[in-house]
Design a protein around this ligand. Structure first.
Ligand code: PAF
Length: 257
């Protein structure tokens, strides 16, 4: 296991490194994140370490995917802790780019998907998936990885990223990794640390209701009675998707049906 990693704040230096790795013929796994790493990210990093010679982690809080300025301000930044986790997980390279480096175009160019991105979270967070897909395309081009790892907790994001990779002939395999949950069922999320104690106590009911309520209407009813406010709960194909707010924090989750 690699016990140290190399940090890149300058993308030109990273691209030089990337050319050297290509010349050496090593396989690369890529895990894009916005930091505030938790056990869910750790499982992406571990999977990547198992399946590739080296793992590249990016930590970049992408402002273009936040439709709500307050959410961006409250988004946890825990870089020291993140670098510790990266070490534990055997990450070789960490990319820490700035806005100017990621968006030399000032976000004049963007990727828009016109169907799935307008549903579920897309219907509640205008422009969110444009921001996600645009930054992911930039990051995939920078990493030029053999495989890139995305968590199933953000299932809509995963489907949109996989669709984009196919549509634009991206030469990186998009790998889906199962959601990691707390013992009480709450899906791991960077936003969970913003939950006040009483809301943290109620939060596992969200997963329970998604899993056990016979209909979406019943799930909504149970959660509303418990004090959740519902963004949406919807069944699409063989999956139930939900987004709710509790204690001022927005939670999303999904279950197979
Ligand atoms: O899932 C996330 O953390 C982000 O949406 C991603 C994929 C890193 C893009 O900013």
């Amino acid at each position: 296991m690699v016990t140290h990693h190399e940090l890149f704040t300058d993308l030109n230096s990273w691209l030089r490194q990337r050319r050297a790795l290509r010349a050496a013929g090593v396989s690369i796994g890529f895990v894009p994140t916005m930091g505030a790493l938790h056990a869910g990210h750790l499982s992406l990093l571990k999977r990547s370490s198992e399946e590739n010679d080296v793992t590249v982690l990016s930590i970049y809080i992408n402002p273009t995917q936040f439709d709500n300025k307050d959410d961006l301000k409250k988004y946890p930044a825990t870089i020291e802790h993140d670098l510790e986790i990266a070490k534990e997980a055997g990450v070789s390279f960490v990319l820490l780019p700035t806005f100017e480096q990621i968006y030399p175009d000032g976000y004049r160019y963007k990727i828009t998907e016109t169907d799935l991105s307008e549903k579920l979270c897309g219907a509640h967070r205008p422009g969110h998936f444009d921001g996600v897909l645009t930054v992911v395309l930039k990051l995939l081009n920078l990493a030029q990885a053999n495989r890139a790892y995305f968590g199933e907790k953000d299932f809509q994001q995963l489907r949109l990223v996989a669709g984009m990779a196919e549509a634009f002939f991206i030469d990186t395999e998009i790998v889906a990794v199962p959601t990691v949950r707390e013992i009480d069922g709450l899906a791991m999320s960077s936003r969970n640390i913003n939950l006040p104690v009483d809301a943290r106590g109620l939060a596992p009911l969200f997963y329970q209701a998604l899993k056990t309520a016979p209909t979406t209407a019943e799930a909504e009813e149970i959660l509303t009675l418990e004090g959740f406010s519902i963004d949406y709960i919807e069944d699409i194909d063989n999956r139930r998707y939900g987004a709710v707010k509790i204690g001022g924090v927005r939670l999303i989750d999904n279950v197979e049906r």
